[in-house]
Design a protein around this ligand. Structure first.
Ligand code: AMP
Ligand code: MN
Ligand code: MN
Ligand code: MN
Length: 289
């Protein structure tokens, strides 16, 4: 029987609704054999997930997702073997600090608009998670300022909307370099969000591959079949891995299920086998042990 995986998921350590252990148990329930934890700007959920994975019979890959300075939004995933991810901690700490600077600015703008939500309410909603716009969105929904999370982004929080505040970020090249220095494998997340033509994306990938990009998320929840085919072609052309993930967030993104996305996503285990070859190479090259 063919085995399936998911290389892009979020837990309560960032803006997912399941704890790392819950997410791994849920992956097992859904019949997945491997799952990567890729929280925004933190690797805090990895150890718990690995521990639960060994009980539940799910292979857990350490990962992270970093937002980089690019328009439109660009995210880089990093995947790690063993404890190499710990080497990225000071970089991630810096990125989390940029969030702490940005978040109160959003609350201030909302307040000036007569939308009264407090930083305390957002902190309470986030609990032990690092605070993201998704938590602010949830408070806006709870207090009746938006119908659902998507609506909260549309009304207030997305780029171009009144309460959008840009946060400081690493350049794409710097994030790639940091992940490589830590012994990780950098992968461009959800390339379709970049809204580029085939040729434009080809050009960008050629550039990023030169600075060390190792893969692209060729299989993704929001992709059409044609997107998948084009992205696999571009991966081959640029000598990059074609990876895949759902971007599961639990109840923060309803309708997106682990492994299957909106229902049709399928990421075969062979993708992880190829990634694992790179994980070993990158670990050795960075002298991470
Ligand atoms: P942040 O990293 O704090 O800027 O928050 C970004 C997070 O908000 C993303 O990782 C998504 O999970 C979520 N998000 C962004 N845009 C939307 C949207 N239009 N609808 C729902 N969730 C969104
Ligand atoms: Mn998210
Ligand atoms: Mn992303
Ligand atoms: Mn994500």
């Amino acid at each position: 029987m063919e085995k399936f995986i998911d290389l892009h998921t979020h837990t309560t350590k960032s803006d997912g609704s399941m704890t790392p252990a819950e997410l791994v148990r849920y992956a097992a329930e859904k019949g997945l054999v491997a799952v990567a934890i890729t929280d925004h700007d933190t690797v805090d959920g990895v150890a718990e997930a690995i521990q639960e994975g060994s009980k539940a019979g799910v292979e857990v890959i350490a990962g992270v997702e970093i937002s980089v300075d690019y328009s439109p939004e660009m995210h880089i995933l990093g995947y790690f073997k063993d404890k190499c991810y710990m080497r990225l901690e000071s970089t991630l700490e810096e990125l989390r600090m940029y969030r702490e600077i940005r978040n109160p600015k959003i609350i201030n703008i909302l307040s000036q608009m007569g939308v009264e939500i407090s930083m305390e309410e957002v902190e309470k909603k986030a609990g032990e998670s690092i605070i993201s716009r998704a938590h602010i969105a949830k408070v806006l929904v709870d207090k009746g300022y938006a119908n659902d999370i998507k609506d909260a982004f549309y009304k207030f929080l997305s780029p171009g909307r009144p309460a959008y505040v840009k946060k400081d970020k690493l350049a794409p090249e710097s994030a790639i370099k940091k992940i490589i220095e830590a012994g990780g494998v950098p992968v461009l997340a959800h390339p379709i969000y970049l809204n580029k033509s085939y040729n434009e994306l080809d050009e960008l990938l050629a550039h990023l591959a030169k600075v060390g990009l190792a893969g692209i998320e060729a299989y993704y929840t929001e992709n059409t079949e044609e997107d998948n085919r084009n992205l696999v072609k571009l991966a081959i052309k640029n000598d990059l891995l074609a990876t895949g993930g759902s971007d599961f967030h639990g109840s923060f993104k309803t309708n997106i299920d682990i492994g299957t996305g909106y229902g049709n996503l399928k990421i075969p285990y062979a993708i992880l086998e190829r990634l694992k070859v790179e994980l070993v190479k990158h670990k050795e090259k960075a002298n991470c042990d």
